[in-house]
Write a protein that binds this ligand. Structure first.
Ligand SMILES: Nc1ncnc2c1ncn2[C@@H]1O[C@H](COP(=O)(O)OP(=O)(O)OP(=O)(O)O)[C@@H](O)[C@H]1O
Ligand SMILES: [Mg+2]
Length: 831
């Protein structure tokens, strides 16, 4: 019988055949997980394992105790891995051991600590669309967070996907053909697409599944009315996890609905343009606003700060509530200090309870849970005196210390438990009398063996006589060949080796039964006791998740207060009016750059009337881009509820921030520089409202000057007349400053420079009025262009300023100023 047709391989192929396509199978064989055929070839490459062959079948394997590590590597490589186990103890004569797939791990559902980033959510997304409505569900199985949102455009959906950055997305089969959605998931992108049959998204099927999962009569309690498509996506996601992947999702306790109206909407491009958080395309380690603000001390806080940054608020009351709390913390530095110190004791409660809940946790995680929970009474006490109605009191109230659980865990689990849960060593002496007895017996047994060996050495006079153990026949006595003559007659021979013989005695075997039995029974009992304690913890999942959410908020508020104090931020006045008024504002990220010059603060005044559209001109390198981004950043920070780098500020809440900044090719999606620029501009014109803030940096730059000016002019007019959004517009087209002559809401500003001879000094001050010159050639000189080129550029500039053609119809552009005709002929070829 060849290997490929053995019953074992038949079993392998059956399990493999039931898996979703592309899933690697870890096939449990004794102490190893083996992989066969193509799985083996691929895994050996990804894991750097030796590929062997068992009768023509390619094979490789990983030891079961190190499986997590290998699993982590495969998941990071974007693979799905099914784990099969032996479902019964192997025993002689019983034939093939039953095996089954117990769970499938995918990038969007991984819980292993080695794969997860403590400061990032790991989302599994689900999509469902019909009639121009796009439903999105996002599940973070590692924390139990589950939320849905609906959109009316693919672009808005794309922004939400970019914010959440799911590692995997479940889509119905019929959507695979949808070009609009396909564009959201470029091939080779970071999101693994898991295509599922359409029926798993059907309304009736999904409703039934969700009601059963959440054990409720109706989803209305979650605020899901009118969220049909998002609910369908949510149901399909849950079905995928529990049914297809055979995973436990019992710690997923609620479904939250996100509504765009409550939040300041920031699109994907703006997140990148403003450097809010590190993005995949940005250089690693590039400075971001998150980098400046993140002084959180818990993983939950780190994740929440990121959420706050990408989803600032749009309702004044909610913003003010956060501000009040931050202000209270900045006023009471002792409280802030103690709060931070106490929070720092708390581990990743959300992920610990999630892992324990799905049966994956170990005794170390129980210990981490107990220690974190033990810090909670102190935290509550610290905040006990805070005024009711504020976020400090509210969050303190949501913290549930669970002292009985802490007590149980500390009594049951040793201080430094091992990682393994089936090898004993976890349970404290004194916790369970029967376990203590078994352990005493096991220890006594080991002593008895040592005594027995000494006794037999004495009796036989063989000094080298040893009592040893192997898995085949347990304990035995070994006597070397040279001493065989002295073997007593009551020894029973078991095995002959090259240099020695092995014996047993009835006494030895009798004792062995006791020892081995005691050790095994103790280990089994330890596991049972561990499971009991774990179950007791899992019963408290809801309370622990509530505490974790409160801790996350306290952590973020504390971090923002610390930043306010350390970096000299102030509390902006938040209004429902139209004005944005900032005195001495600073760019939060640029001002922190170590190598930068001293940062010069600037003011801004924007409103819905006379200062609605601001045109900023000024030399290259003067600081235009920095300034307009700074205004957008300060608004984002203010609406997060944070304090901002300024002397004082009044911020009328905006509904969306748009940016169109710089030129960026998007070769991956096959769009040219100018195409990207125009698409982003179109998005702004379609979606901005009178409540929006728009930052435009040199639009029209990517094409010919006249086309560019015309487009820029028309866009500015449209924004001023139709959209009426507050707009900052930096440009080198001085022609645009004439807009102020005809449009009431347009104001010109420029950035001051001091010119002395050939040199310019950048003053970084924004002042009213239009700039007169670009100083591009000055900056080119600063950048190190050769003197010859600079000189020639000056000539051409002078020609340009005079007009285009000479009397003979020759382009004046190329005319040499100081009579070097020959040169200019050669130059002509370039134009
Ligand atoms: N207010 C400021 N205080 C100190 N340094 C500043 C300030 N504003 C800008 N800078 C520095 O000046 C540099 C150039 O600024 P920025 O890119 O905003 O110029 P720009 O006017 O947009 O130039 P270009 O026209 O070439 O796009 C920045 O990298 C920054 O380090
Ligand atoms: Mg610029």
């Amino acid at each position: 019988m060849s290997e490929a047709t053995t019953p074992l391989m038949g079993q392998y192929r059956k399990l493999k055949g039931e898996l979703p396509p592309g899933t690697l199978l870890f096939f449990r064989l004794g102490d190893f997980y083996e992989m066969f055929y193509d799985d083996a070839i691929e895994a050996s490459r990804l894991l750097d394992l030796t590929l062997t062959k068992r009768q023509q079948v390619p094979m490789c394997g990983v030891p079961h105790h190190a499986a997590e590590l290998y699993l982590a590597k495969l998941i990071k490589a974007g693979k799905k891995v099914a784990i099969s186990e032996q479902m019964e103890e192997p025993s002689a004569g019983k034939g093939l051991v039953r095996r089954d797939v117990v769970r499938i791990v995918t990038p969007g559902t991984v819980l292993e600590e080695q794969v997860l980033d403590a400061h990032l959510h790991n989302y599994l997304a689900g999509l469902c669309c019909a009639d121009g409505v796009f439903g999105l569900a996002m599940l973070d199985l590692s924390t139990g967070e589950f939320w849905i949102e609906q959109f009316t455009s693919a672009a808005a959906l794309g922004d939400a996907l970019a914010r959440g950055a799911p590692s995997e997305c479940v889509v119905p089969e019929s959507l695979r053909e949808n070009a609009e959605l396909a564009a959201l998931f470029p091939a080779g992108g970071p999101t693994l697409l898991s295509v599922r049959e359409d029926w798993t998204f059907e309304p009736d099927f999904v409703a039934d599944l969700l009601l059963r999962h959440f054990k409720v009569y109706s989803l209305d309690g979650f605020g899901c009315a009118g969220q049909q498509l998002a609910v369908r996506a949510a149901g399909a996601v849950l079905h995928y996890v529990t049914d297809e992947l055979r995973r436990n999702a019992s710690h997923v306790r609620a479904l939250h609905v996100k509504t765009s109206a409550d939040f300041l909407v920031i699109d994907e491009g703006t997140v990148a343009h403003l450097d809010l958080v590190p993005t995949r395309s940005a250089a690693a380690g590039a400075p971001t606003l998150l980098g400046v603000l993140d002084k959180t001390v818990t993983p939950m806080g780190g994740r929440l700060l990121r959420d706050w940054l990408l989803r600032p608020l749009a309702r004044r009351a909610a913003i003010v509530a956060r501000q009040d709390t931050i202000e209270a913390l900045t006023r009471d530095r002792a409280l802030l200090h103690d709060l931070t110190a106490q929070l720092a004791e708390i581990r990743d409660l959300e992920r610990v309870i999630a892992r324990l809940g799905v049966g994956g946790g170990n005794a170390r995680e129980l210990q981490a849970l107990a220690r974190s929970l033990a810090a909670l009474p102190g935290l509550r006490a610290l905040l006990a005196a805070q005024p009711a109605g504020g976020l400090l009191a509210e969050n303190a109230g949501a913290i549930t210390p669970l002292p009985e659980l802490v007590d149980l865990i500390s009594r049951a689990i040793v201080d430094e438990p091992p990682l393994a849960i089936k090898e004993g060593g976890m349970i404290r002496r004194g916790y369970h009398p029967e376990l203590d007895e078994l352990l005493t017996l096991a220890t006594a047994g080991r002593q008895w063996l040592a005594d027995f060996q000494a006794r037999e050495q004495e009796r036989t006079g063989i000094k080298s006589l040893k009592v040893r153990h192997n898995n085949i026949f347990g304990y035995y006595i070994e006597i070397t060949k040279s001493n065989l003559a002295a073997t007593p007659t009551d020894y029973i021979r078991k095995q002959t080796m090259v240099n020695a013989e092995r014996f047993i005695t009835p006494e030895l075997k009798e004792y062995e039964n006791k020892i081995v039995g005691a050790q095994d029974r103790a280990t089994a009992l330890e596991y049972e006791l561990f499971v009991q304690v774990r179950d007791a913890a899992v019963l408290q999942t809801a309370a622990i998740q509530r505490s974790a959410a409160a801790i996350a908020q306290l952590d973020v508020l504390g971090a923002l207060a610390e930043r306010a104090l350390a970096l000299g931020y102030v509390r902006p006045r938040i209004t429902e009016g139209d004005a944005i008024l900032i005195r001495d504002g600073r760019h939060p990220v640029v001002e922190q750059l170590a190598e930068a010059e001293r940062f010069v603060p600037n003011d801004v005044l924007l409103d819905g009337t006379a200062n609605q559209l601001i045109i900023i001109t000024g030399p290259n390198m003067a600081g235009k881009s920095t300034y307009i981004r700074q205004v957008a950043l300060l608004v984002v920070m203010a609406q997060m509820g944070a304090f901002i780098p300024a002397a004082e500020a009044e911020i009328g809440v905006v509904d969306r921030v748009f940016t169109r900044v710089g030129a960026s090719d998007d070769l991956a999606r096959g769009r040219s520089t100018f195409m990207v620029e125009m698409q982003e501009t179109a998005n702004i014109l379609h979606n901005a409202t009178a409540k929006s803030l728009i930052v435009l940096d040199e639009i029209g730059r990517g094409t010919s000057t006249f086309d560019g000016i015309s487009i820029a002019w028309a866009v500015a007019e449209h924004l001023h007349n139709q959209v009426k959004a507050k707009t900052l517009f930096a440009t080198h087209y001085h022609e645009l400053t004439d807009l102020a002559l005809t449009l009431r809401g347009v104001k010109n500003y420029n950035v001051l420079v001091r010119e002395s001879g050939d040199r310019i000094a950048f003053l970084r001050r924004i002042v009213p009025g239009a700039a007169d010159k670009s100083y591009g050639i000055h900056v080119a000189r600063l950048a190190g262009l050769p003197d010859g080129v600079i000189g020639r550029a000056k000539e051409i500039l002078a020609n340009l300023e005079e007009g285009e053609f000479g009397d003979q119809g020759q382009p004046k552009l190329a005319r040499p100023r100081k009579g070097k005709a020959g040169d200019s002929k050669n130059q002509l070829a370039f134009f």
